[in-house]
Design a protein around this ligand. Structure first.
Ligand code: CA
Length: 264
């Protein structure tokens, strides 16, 4: 594409053009249960874009909002998105063009096309170009959220299954968490972090990898956000005086230990 890569130093990814819709940090995920996704949202109408972003973030998803089709391709090259939501009429490159480029560059996550065009031809055009779903504007936010949930289930059907590591049990469908039978209340974001680690017991995750998977790009400046969440998880999960379920490997990152249990 001849586009400059976003990634300059480590994970540093300055927003390439602040004239488009910028991302903004929103704290306090409420999470409504279900699967959390890293979402690329491409929408140039600020009101709609911000509305969708807030609704999805409230469901626990990490959402990057971009207002230009060409920029969307750069973001997609830089972060492992699990879902792309594309408006059709966009500056730079239209949503069908973005869809084409994403698919031809190997983007395998679901794509939802969001547009005012409601003709059958447009719908067919979107699906022909590799989109998975189509929602006509104006739409009810509840319907968009339901579509996102449905597409999220498609991302990984196995993600809906129970996860067990040592004496920890996670239910992604309800965010239910127990350790040695004791129920633990986690926020959607804490759950998403623990879920990622617990799906790969013993495997090391460095901070960049965790950030890329679970946080939208606006968290770049908060370099200790992962540390903060790990600390919070340990406080909730571990009993005083016992080894932590989450191990810190100095200078590298974190992993969930499969060999830490109630008995040992
Ligand atoms: Ca538009």
């Amino acid at each position: 594409m001849g586009l400059e890569p976003l990634r300059v130093l480590g994970r540093a990814a300055p927003h390439p053009d602040r004239s488009t819709i910028s991302t903004r940090t929103i704290r306090g995920y409420r999470g409504s249960g279900g699967l959390q996704l890293r979402v690329l949202l491409v929408e140039d109408e600020v009101g709609i874009g911000e509305g969708v972003r807030l609704a999805l973030m409230n469901d626990g998803h990490a959402v990057d909002l971009v207002g230009n089709g060409l920029e969307a391709l750069r973001w997609a090259e830089s972060y492992p998105y699990e879902l792309a939501i594309l408006d059709v009429v966009l500056p730079g490159l239209d949503g069908f063009g973005v869809c084409d480029h994403l698919r031809s560059s190997g983007f395998q996550s679901p794509i939802l096309i969001l547009t005012a065009l409601d003709g059958v031809d447009d719908r067919v055009a979107g699906l022909d170009r590799g989109a998975d779903d189509y929602l006509a504007k104006p739409f009810a936010m509840a319907e968009l959220r339901a579509r996102v949930r449905a597409l999220g289930r498609r991302v990984g059907p196995d993600r809906a299954a129970l996860i067990r590591v040592a004496d920890l049990e996670l239910d992604p469908a309800t965010l239910g968490t127990t350790r040695a039978g004791r129920a633990i209340k986690l926020t959607a974001r804490e759950f998403a972090l623990l879920e990622l680690l617990a799906r790969h017991p013993g495997q090391l995750f460095n901070q960049d990898r965790l950030l890329d998977a679970l946080w939208s790009a606006d968290f770049v400046a908060e370099s200790n956000i992962v540390e903060v969440y790990i600390h919070s998880l340990r406080r909730k999960l571990d009993e005083r005086g016992r080894e932590s379920l989450i191990e810190t490997v100095r200078g590298y990152g974190y992993r969930v230990r499969a060999d830490v249990g109630a008995g040992g």
